[in-house]
Design a protein around this ligand. Structure first.
Ligand SMILES: *Cc1c(COP(=O)(O)O)cnc(C)c1O
Length: 384
């Protein structure tokens, strides 16, 4: 590969230079119609066919970062996830999903999948040793997401892939939290990687987009078939913005990683913080595994403050730089209380089973100066 390092690939891979005005960037190609030579049975670019220049430029950049042969860019993370899942299963099949996955994926499995005649089972990260008991002769798919939200648990990707191989299951990994800068599931023989590119890949909390990647020609063909027929593609201007964003991905992740580490260390020493979940800390129960399969630990962490839900709310209200808000992985630090957001609809028992306490706080650490973020946390904690 011409572009070795991840930062070099982030900047250069995929760029399509115009031949008439060769600039530094891929131009925005807005056409939905391209000239055809009717004498030849020609291939026509068309945005929904995922073959126009702006699509290819981003797809090839991301493929270079994830070491994938095939990549498709979609209009949301959920479009990527649902297309990947539906590409692997058909009526009568059974699929196994990690319990700790993104809420939207959870809803899709619970509310939509069985309407397609596909049954499903859940497996908690801490019970992966019981996977075998869930497999039937109809099981086709194992879906993983690591690190998990909001507790930053780590799944042993290699062990899951070995298991899946043994039982001829296709594996999908949601790599949104780690990004290709920190983790490459395809290198660990996962079959399909999905991303919500709305998060770190675009990185500025201003876009909705997704991606699906694979090294399997057959799976890529099935995924393409779903995208081509359902049509959740991204328009050229958004594709251009995403391409521009990924140019700084390696650079941004370097800062997200180091800020995440510094804030996790700061919080874990604070007397008003009772617990910190961050895979980069040696106190994390799967720290060694995280080190083995990740190059960095990103900017996502969660912690419990000494107190109840109202203490957590007061704490957040005192913050001056760190903004309270949903979503994650932007350049700005964002903070939320899972009890009141992602886990709002669950019963108390369900939340307890999921390990989501009322005083749990999720922090998406941005790229600001870490000293400013620590000062902000310090003044809010001191005021409690
Ligand atoms: C946000 C998110 C999604 C869904 O992505 P959208 O772009 O909102 O459709 C999927 N997986 C993870 C891990 C996410 O954080």
């Amino acid at each position: 590969m011409k572009y070795k390092g991840l930062a070099t690939r982030s900047v250069h891979a995929g760029t399509i230079i115009a031949s008439d005005y060769p600039g530094a960037n891929t131009p925005i190609h807005t056409s939905t119609s391209y000239r055809v030579d009717f004498d030849k049975e020609d291939y026509t670019p068309y945005p929904r066919y995922l073959n126009t220049p702006n699509h290819n430029a981003v797809a090839n950049k991301l493929a270079a970062l994830e070491n994938a042969k095939y990549a498709y860019i979609t209009s949301s993370g959920m479009a990527a996830i649902t297309s990947a899942i539906l590409a692997c299963v058909q009526v009568g099949d059974h699929a196994i999903f990690q319990k700790e996955i993104y809420g939207g994926t959870y809803n899709f499995v619970e509310r939509v999948l069985d309407k397609y005649g596909i049954s499903s089972s859940w497996i908690a990260i801490d019970e992966m040793d019981k996977l075998e008991s869930l497999v039937t002769n109809k099981t086709k798919l194992l879906f993983l997401e690591t690190p998990s939200n909001p507790l930053l648990k780590i799944v042993d990707i290699k062990a899951c892939v070995d298991f899946a191989r043994k039982h001829k299951l296709i594996t999908i990994a949601d790599n949104t939290f780690a990004t290709p800068i920190n983790q490459n599931p395809l290198d660990m023989s996962v079959d399909i990687v999905v991303h919500s590119a709305s998060k770190y890949l675009s990185g500025h909390s201003d876009m909705l987009c997704g991606a699906v990647l694979s090294n399997s020609k057959e799976l890529a063909h099935n995924i393409f078939d779903h995208l081509f027929n359902h049509g959740p593609t991204l328009d050229p201007v958004a594709l251009y913005t995403l391409e521009r964003s990924i140019k700084t991905l390696a650079l941004r992740m370097e800062r997200h990683n180091s800020n995440g580490m510094k804030l996790a260390e700061y919080l874990s020493k604070h007397p008003k913080v009772t617990k910190v979940n961050y895979p980069g800390l040696i106190t994390h129960p799967r720290h060694e595994l995280a080190v083995k399969q990740m190059r960095g630990f990103s900017g996502m962490l969660s912690f419990e403050i000494d107190g109840d839900l109202s203490k957590a709310k007061t704490f957040i209200s005192k913050l001056q730089i760190i903004c309270s808000g949903l979503s994650l992985a932007g350049v700005e630090s964002l903070i939320s209380i899972p009890r009141l957001s992602s886990h709002y609809r669950m019963t108390n028992q369900e939340r307890k089973d999921a390990g989501v306490a009322d005083n749990l706080i999720r922090l998406s650490v941005g790229i600001e100066d870490h000293q400013d973020l620590i000062e902000d946390l310090e003044q809010a904690l001191t005021s409690l």
